[in-house]
Write a protein that binds this ligand. Structure first.
Ligand SMILES: [Zn+2]
Length: 669
């Protein structure tokens, strides 16, 4: 019998058998000294004493050239394993080696029954930890959009600041505060003044330097603890208005693991806090509003959370003209957003003094659905959202104020927040928080108004043209949910990006938007291949000026080997052209007729050189606006062998521009 089998551990409901090599360290002289790899060889001591042959693994994992030969116990194939670094797994046929950071090594293989299980992660470790409400609290699902902006409260200066690697300095906080005011936040949580000297100083500066505008209310956070509440009132002394936001944690996990208190005892923390807040608000001068949060609401039984909130409300006795905020935070996202929305609707229906209560939401983003939580919560009755710019904040961040506001905007609802200078806001934000904004962050990221792929570029270019032609007011452009101009961004650099995935539409659009060249569709295709080729070979994105350079080098005003020195026209038998041309340095003068001037020049060139082509495509437009306008002409030629070449010409004289385009097309043969 394999001695290790007695040490086998079945986990994951019998699905996986782990063979812990470390437990059999007796047969590994090197012990756990290896840096993530282990020389394994020989036999167990028991084996040795009993004179048995090595039964389990004849294994050697050596530095540089490690080998594991699995033995009879597993019956697996011989296989060379690379040096085993930390926390990596290697599959040896049905056997896996798993090296842990502490240097120990696991070997495991799947039971036959569960060979199909591919994952090493053990999901039995987890289970939903939230408390869904009973059926009947989901009438919000019938709504399909939010009709008006909720009240916004920025918690950047508190929730974000406490989560920064380098917290903001006083000057940076003041600058950030002013930016928030400018964006339009009317409620701004400024910190935890009782907990930090900087936050205390920051709040005092705002108050003493009169920096809080008339219509802005600052909010301060405090735990439900006697001395902290008292110090908080000291800190807000003299503020024109302030929201005193007190909280205590009510979740099952916190009650059991952190506070070791019963439901009644936890409720008493909240009500004691409420009593003191109320008492001090009467002692101190100033206009105070109140907010209570049953912190970690998402891990709390909802009926219990309501019970605690109602007990607090009974003490605070809000009125419709002086309502109280009940904030139901998604301290940690634990459920899908609709579960949270149902919880909000439940609270909406069960909170007392409802006409004097403002239900607030404060989503974090652990499951990546913070925005959905906030939006569904608003559908379900939340009237206020606590949020942060660009989703910054503890762990995965708080819900993103920019996305929420711009989502409303894109539905035609005034968000009451102004992001018309998104680039400026982004720059200030990145500077003072020292946190980059992800390039694909909705509405704000560098790449969100960029299109690389040809079909997208083509559709956007057509959408833009459609808008112009039809004088559309409503934004309906394909692929771009909002007009980049609305948030201070531009099309030229932003919308269409040129790389090897790009198509003729996008490339044409870039040339037209930036330089005014409106190429005929077939010519765009030709340019498209050339641009793609360059991008493919250089493996990089091309700027508009690089696209222009490729266009100019490939098509524009090319006068070698053929050039036309002079052309004179007369109206005889149609148009007669007398053309002086030079081919490979040899000068000739020829006269020829045609239907038009360009046709006559083309015929003259053909008769002088013996070339055979057909003028397939001609178009022109003026290039610059005003009297000194230049013309741009484009010519496509079909040759005797069926090939097509293109050329472009520019000149203040439209005839000359046409001749230059013709000559360029010829020179491209
Ligand atoms: Zn938070």
């Amino acid at each position: 019998m394999d001695p290790l089998s007695t040490k086998c551990k079945c986990v994951d409901g019998d699905k996986t058998i782990f063979f812990c090599v470390q437990r059999a360290a007796g047969w590994c002289k090197a012990g756990a000294e290896g840096l993530g790899y282990w020389p394994l060889s020989g036999r167990t001591e028991a084996d040795s004493r009993a004179g048995r042959k090595p039964t389990v693994i004849r294994a050697a994992i050596r530095p540089k050239k490690p080998i594991v030969q699995s033995g009879c116990a597993f019956g697996t194939a011989k296989r060379v394993v690379p040096r085993v670094p930390c926390n990596r797994t290697y599959r040896l046929s049905s056997l896996k080696v798993f090296a842990l950071k502490d240097g120990s090594l696991f070997l495991y293989k799947k039971c036959k029954k569960h060979q199909e299980d591919k994952t090493m992660m053990d999901a039995t470790k987890y289970a939903p930890g939230y408390y869904p409400v009973p059926a009947g609290y989901d009438s919000w699902v019938k709504k399909d959009h939010i009709e008006k902006a909720p009240a916004w409260c920025s918690v950047d200066l508190r929730d974000v600041n406490q989560a920064l690697i380098v917290p903001m300095s006083l000057a940076e906080k003041l600058e950030f505060f002013q930016m928030l005011v400018k964006i339009g936040f009317k409620e701004i949580e400024v910190g935890f003044p009782a907990a930090s000297e900087t936050e205390y100083e920051f709040l005092r500066t705002l108050i003493e330097k009169n920096m809080i505008p008339e219509d802005v209310t600052v909010q301060v956070l405090t735990q439900c603890r006697d001395h902290i509440i008292r110090r908080t009132f000291e800190a807000v002394k003299g503020a024109p208005r302030a929201v005193i936001h007190f909280y205590n944690s009510t979740s099952v996990a916190q009650r059991e693991q952190v506070f070791h208190k019963s439901k009644e005892e936890i409720k008493k923390i909240a009500t004691d806090g409420a009593r003191l807040v109320k008492q001090l608000s009467q002692e101190y001068e100033g206009t105070f509003l109140f907010e209570y949060s049953p912190e970690s609401f998402t891990g709390t039984e909802v009926d219990y959370a309501v019970e605690v909130c109602n007990a607090v409300l009974d003490i605070m006795e809000p009125t419709p003209d002086r309502p109280m905020i009940i904030n139901l935070p998604v301290t940690v996202e634990m459920s899908m957003p609709h579960v949270y929305a149902n919880q909000i609707e439940y609270c909406d229906k069960h909170l007392k003094h409802r006409d004097s209560v403002i239900i607030s939401t404060h989503p974090h983003n652990d499951r990546g659905t913070g925005v959905a939580c906030a939006e569904l919560a608003v559908l379900a009755g939340a009237q206020r959202v606590e949020c942060c710019l660009f989703g910054n904040g503890e762990r995965t961040g708080n819900v993103d104020a920019v996305t929420l506001a711009m989502n409303l905007y894109s539905h035609g609802v005034d968000p009451k927040l102004d992001f018309s200078d998104m680039p400026g806001i982004c720059a200030t934000y990145e500077r003072v928080t020292r946190m980059p904004i992800y390039q694909r962050s909705p509405y704000a990221g560098q790449l969100v108004f960029a299109a690389f792929s040809g079909s997208h570029q083509d559709a956007i270019a057509k959408g833009m043209a459609y808008r112009k032609e039809h004088g559309e007011h409503r934004w309906t452009c394909p692929y771009i949910p909002v007009d980049p101009h609305d948030i201070g961004r531009t099309y030229d650099a932003d919308v269409i990006r040129i790389n090897s995935q790009s198509g003729k539409g996008g490339i044409g659009f870039v040339l037209e938007q930036n330089y005014g060249y409106n190429l005929p569709p077939k010519m765009r295709e030709d340019l498209g291949y050339k641009v793609k080729n360059v991008s493919d070979h250089s493996h990089k994105e091309l700027s508009a000026s690089e696209v222009l350079r490729i266009f100019e080098e490939s098509f524009l005003n090319k006068n070698k080997p053929l050039s036309v020195i002079e052309a004179h026209f007369a109206q005889v038998d149609g148009i007669t052209a007398t053309v002086t041309l030079e081919l490979n340095g040899q000068r000739k003068v020829v006269t020829s007729v045609g239907n038009g001037r360009l046709d006559a020049v083309a015929n003259a060139i053909q008769s002088a050189t013996g070339m055979e082509f057909h003028l397939e495509n001609y178009s022109e437009h003026s290039l610059d606006e005003g009297s000194t306008s230049r013309a741009a002409s484009y010519v496509g030629l079909t040759w005797g062998d069926g090939t097509v070449t293109w050329g472009a010409g520019t000149d203040t004289d439209i005839i000359v521009a046409g001749v230059k385009a013709l000559v360029s097309a010829i020179n491209n043969k």
